[in-house]
Design a protein around this ligand. Structure first.
Ligand code: PEP
Ligand code: MG
Length: 575
């Protein structure tokens, strides 16, 4: 029987099932006693499980570099520290020796006690530590029971990974040559698994439910990420049909990728600049290889993460110059430091906050830590002598902040003048529109900014009051909500009224169906993960601006999200 899921990453994957085992039932170990003569053996068994768990974390950390965010990697560093935690470890040794509990039972009891101690302190930080202890306990338990996650880094045949859910640890270690698809019980399209699958361009189904438990290792599986269905052990004719479909789909993808050198213009000749979002200078090459015509967002905060000192002016200058030189005269928007929210750095000593997304982040930090801000601005200005760089401030919520940031930029310019250093004195200065107050007052901001870039990732979460990290409420996080669309329209109209350019660098811009609406609303530039550029280019080239504008008008008049979704689906099928 076929199993329905949510298509989270398009394409068709065919391979043998590799089922990730769920952890064994803990209950049966809780009261399991040992003999006094078994104490040493049980202690050795426990110590070996801890050593294996440490090795497992080490492997993850190595594989995760460059794949996961620094914050996610640090989780495993913290777990490793807990493996040496004397309170936890002494307690377990004591339970084995003095209460004659088996290693698993001792572990379960100690984890429960330490967790309760932390939770009793009623402090957010301690609550987090309690969760960490729980996770580390789970991993030691899996090691003790011989259930360590399957080694997905060395698969020998085309495989489909089947699991309740995939953790960052599972996904970083995937053998990319042989993983042809994922199917998981949990999650929605914005879940971590879904995002990684899209980034890796692997067909994936999420939200398949408990039906997935019927799949056995070695079953032949077809993941249809387009229709959202999993086909176990297909009949030969179905398999043949899907092999043909897969070939056809792959041909289409190659065809789309071959649009790389074609211009990004609508059927009636309107230019829409397609640019890439990057986090490291090296990714600029990827933007060019996918046919991108600029950098719409360089998330410079990644230069500040994963290290124990601040990047110097020279180091930053080299990074920005590299981008400028790779991209030659193409426009490159360098966004100033956007730390805070989900991108925390130990370097800046930001105290833990109740609401980090509403707290001390981005431009708010830069306007307080002037030296850090000015160092970055000098580095950007110096690099502006080597290409077509623009500077952009994140999280601007009012005109006063923009003025203050521009005043600091002026100071940075004067300092370079004193040092007789060359830079582009007319560098364009823009802002991200990602706070609702900025979107509503875009007409005022447009008078003093050279360009806008709409950051829908944050604009959506602030407009809809939906935390972008909270999976329980992802269904509410929809950029096609009419409230968000009206704000976007307001920003575009205000920018054009003042004759300044307006782009979008939030995830919304990477969806070809949405792109049509955004073009119709009048955006000048769309910036996205490099892999999405060819798909959006195809959408641009297949529609006239006149038609896109009509679609946008209809969408705004429909008002209801579901109706807007259907409209865009129908329209995308029409060409
Ligand atoms: C955004 O908020 O849309 C954006 C592009 O910025 P970030 O995702 O880095 O917060
Ligand atoms: Mg943002």
């Amino acid at each position: 029987m076929n199993i329905k899921g949510i298509g989270a990453s398009k394409g068709i994957g065919i391979g043998k099932a590799v089922v990730l085992k769920a952890a064994e039932d803990k209950g049966k170990f809780v009261d399991k006693r040992i003999l006094e003569s078994e104490i040493e053996k049980e202690t050795d068994r426990f110590n070996k499980a801890v050593a294996d768990t440490a090795k497992y974390y080490d492997e993850i950390i190595v594989k995760a570099r460059g794949v996961l965010k620094e914050q996610e990697i640090q989780v495993f560093e913290a777990y490793k520290l807990l493996l040496n935690d004397p309170i936890l470890m002494d307690m377990i040794a004591d339970f084995i020796k003095n209460e004659l509990l088996c290693a698993e039972g001792s572990l379960i009891k100690a984890v429960e006690q330490v967790k309760s101690m932390f939770l009793a302190l009623n402090d957010e930080y301690m609550r987090q530590r309690a969760e960490d202890i729980e996770n580390v306990g789970k991993n030691i338990f899996m090691s003790l029971t011989g259930n360590m996650p399957a080694d997905l880094s060395n698969l020998y045949e085309d495989s489909i990974i089947v699991a309740e859910d995939l953790s960052p640890a599972d996904t970083v270690s995937l053998d990319r040559r042989h993983v042809k698809g994922f199917a998981v019980e949990k999650g929605g399209v914005t879940s971590h698994t879904a995002i990684i699958a899209r980034t890796m361009e692997i067909p994936a189904l999420v939200g398949c439910g408990s039906e997935l438990k019927k799949i056995n290792n070695g079953d032949t599986l077809i993941v249809d990420g387009i229709k959202g269905v999993l086909i176990p052990n297909p009949e030969p004719d179905v398999l043949k049909e899907y092999l043909d479909l897969q070939n056809e789909y792959n041909r289409q993808v190659e065809k789309i990728k071959s649009l790389k050198d074609e211009p990004s213009i609508t059927l009636d000749g309107r230019k829409v600049l397609l640019a890439g979002n990057i986090a490291t200078p090296e990714e600029a090459n990827e933007v060019l290889s996918r046919g991108g015509e600029g950098i719409g967002l360089f998330r410079t905060e990644f230069l500040y993460l994963n290290r124990d000192n601040l990047p110097s002016e020279d180091e930053q200058f080299e990074a920005y110059r590299k981008v400028a030189e790779v991209m030659k005269d193409r426009p490159c928007i360098i966004r100033t430091l956007d730390i805070g929210g989900d991108k925390q750095s130990a370097l800046l000593n930001i105290p833990k906050e109740e609401n980090p997304f509403l707290g001390y982040r981005a431009i708010r930090i830069c306007l307080t830590e002037r030296d850090i801000f000015k160092t970055q601005l000098r580095a950007i200005l110096r690099a502006s002598a080597f290409g077509n760089l623009r500077v952009m401030f994140p999280m601007i919520s009012c005109i006063e902040e923009l003025r203050e940031a521009k005043a600091v930029l002026k100071e940075a310019m004067s300092e370079l003048d004193e040092r007789n250093i060359q830079y582009n004195k007319d560098i364009e200065v823009g802002i991200m529109i990602e706070v609702p107050s900025a979107a509503i007052s875009a007409d005022i901001l447009a008078k003093e900014a050279d360009f806008f870039s709409i950051g829908t990732n944050d604009l959506c979460q602030y407009t809809l009051a939906v935390d972008r990290m909270n999976e329980k409420i992802t269904a509410l996080y929809n950029p096609l909500n009419i409230g968000v669309l009206r704000l976007i329209k307001n920003v575009i109209d205000a920018a054009h009224e003042r004759g300044i350019e307006v782009g979008m660098c939030g995830e919304m811009a990477s969806n070809p169906e949405y792109a049509v609406l955004l073009i119709g609303l009048g955006l000048d530039e769309l910036s996205m993960v490099p892999a999405s550029i060819p798909y959006v280019k195809q959408a641009v080239r297949n529609i006239s601006f006149e038609r896109a504008a009509n679609i946008a008008k209809t969408a705004l008049s429909l008002g209801e999200t579901d109706k807007i979704i259907n409209l865009l689906k129908e329209e995308s099928n029409a060409y």
